[in-house]
Design a protein around this ligand. Structure first.
Ligand code: 4AD
Ligand code: MG
Length: 465
């Protein structure tokens, strides 16, 4: 029998798993990646996920959240210890070929073998709520500190982390610098009046201050120094939307690109970015699909939609399309969620060039500008059965035109001179977009409620823990 696998980490003199940290006890993910040889002694740590007993053997599933994979422990021999679902345990036994179906290795624990040990580190109360049976999302929402241990919720977090890493690689490969714009701001970027005002700001800063709704304006200043910049940051909106697609605190991925005077390259880039991260996910699909209890067909059909063909239509073309299907929309009407879903029925669609009046002050005029029906060079990306995921535009880079638009929006020009100044000092045509990060992860996860994607959701009337 090979007995080389260490039980505790020590800095020197022990054989370590390939790819594990030198100083921490290994996670189950690290242990499985290392493919320990059959017959070796392995010590696993995690929560008891389920317990089954048959005549002569017992079975214990142990998971530690580091991976969707579970360690199946087979309890052989008499005088077996009693475990409870939810307990945190350490079990040391022999890594063996599995006799069960659907798994190839298991951990054999035999109390009569002096090399096999166990320890219950944390017990659970009798009414521990997370039992083996599939638990509904609405029930999990009542458990703010424990829900993270449910397989599907934990798989959301791992998916989010994976996608973040992919984005990091994608932007690096496209010569973007990742930057950190401020979260406390004195301006309302979107001008929609949905800011959370900071209570002590006037005393503290001598002026009103807010939590940011989008870091775009600051990102523009930074990108205009670095050519391209991106960020993934929290945003806060005091928006009274109690939908499953809105949070009061959410994260936005924003990118800003210099030397851009046409929307098309920005649409191409946005599409490429989303397809890149989704393609990486598909390459590693088992890692995600194994952990979730959501409908795998729904998940994979969403991935197919993202990787398939996308359409590009203007707002005016969208109106024609919707009106031909019985809507009664006129120029200037906003598209509601039902309209968005009709447009994106067959796949993702970019809707471009919305009426200027419907959009914020910073957007530049459309290339094909029409005095009668003024539009701006912007886009929304709509996803099937889901709605808006990304919003972006070219930014007005001409000083006079920008100032005129700000005056029309009754903005305080003096307070915004740091922003308008950019158009006086070596102005560059530029543009960018913002993608709702939880919306992106929600869509790819196959789920429909953004609130379950964040560990502690904040929404109107909801700020638990
Ligand atoms: O369309 P929005 O409001 O655009 C902006 O804020 C721009 N300044 C972004 C930019 O160009 N840099 O927001 C961008 C995206 C939306 O498409 C949506 O996916 C997400 O952010 N979003 C929300 N996600 C969750 N909860 C909310 N309350 C959200 N509001 C917007
Ligand atoms: Mg938008």
């Amino acid at each position: 029998m090979i007995r080389t696998i260490p039980t505790r980490s020590k800095p020197y003199g022990i054989v370590r798993y390939l790819g594990t940290s030198a100083s921490l006890t290994p996670t189950i993910k690290e242990q499985l990646l290392a493919s320990p040889p059959v017959g070796s002694i392995l010590e696993v740590r995690g929560f008891v996920k389920s317990i089954r007993n048959s005549k002569n053997v017992g079975f214990l599933d142990i998971s530690d959240g580091s991976t969707s994979k579970i360690i199946n422990v087979v309890l052989v021999g008499k005088n077996q210890p009693k475990f409870q679902v939810g307990e945190s345990v350490i079990v040391k036994g022999e890594w063996d070929i599995s006799k069960g179906k659907g798994q190839d290795k298991e951990l054999k624990y035999n109390p009569d073998d002096p090399d096999h040990t166990y320890e219950i580190i944390g017990r659970v109360p009798e009414d521990y709520p997370l039992q083996k049976k599939a638990t509904s999302m609405s029930f999990l929402r009542t458990l703010p500190s424990l829900k993270h241990r449910a397989s599907t919720i934990a798989s959301f977090y791992r998916l989010r982390s994976f996608l973040e890493t992919q984005m990091m690689g994608f932007f690096n490969n496209h010569s973007f610098t990742r930057v950190s714009p401020p979260l406390i701001t004195s301006s309302d970027c979107e001008g929609a009046g949905e800011t959370f005002e900071i209570k002590s700001a006037e005393e503290f800063f001598d002026k009103k201050a807010y939590l940011t709704v989008s870091t775009q304006l600051h990102l523009e200043a930074i990108a205009l120094a670095l050519n391209r910049a991106w960020t993934l940051t929290p945003c806060f909106r005091a928006e009274d939307s109690k939908t499953n697609r809105h949070l009061s605190e959410f994260w936005m991925l924003e990118a800003e690109v210099s030397y851009l005077d046409d929307l098309e390259p920005l649409l191409n880039f946005t599409e490429e970015m989303i397809k890149y991260a989704t393609g990486k996910l598909v390459e590693r699909k088992e890692d995600y699909l194994d952990g979730t209890y959501l409908d795998k067909e729904v998940i994979e059909s969403r991935w197919r939609h993202v990787l398939g063909d996308w359409r590009r239509i203007s707002y005016n073309e969208a109106l024609d399309e919707l009106n031909s299907k019985g809507a009664n929309l006129r120029f200037g009407d906003s598209l509601n969620l039902d309209h968005e879903r009709v447009l994106a029925e067959r796949g993702p669609v970019f809707v471009t060039d919305y009426p200027a009046l419907m959009k914020p002050f910073y957007m530049s005029k459309s290339l094909k500008y029409n005095q009668e029906k003024p539009t701006v060079a912007c886009f929304d990306l709509l996803l099937p059965q889901f709605g808006e995921l990304v919003g972006g535009s070219l930014r007005e880079h001409n000083y006079d035109t920008l100032v005129e638009s700000m005056s029309n929006n009754n903005m305080d020009l003096e307070d915004m001179d740091w922003y308008t100044n950019l158009r006086k000092c070596g102005t560059i045509p530029h543009g960018g977009f913002g993608m709702g990060w939880e919306r992106f992860v929600t869509y790819l996860s196959g789920h429909d409620n953004i609130r379950d994607l964040v560990p502690f959701p904040r929404a109107p009337g909801l700020c638990k823990a």
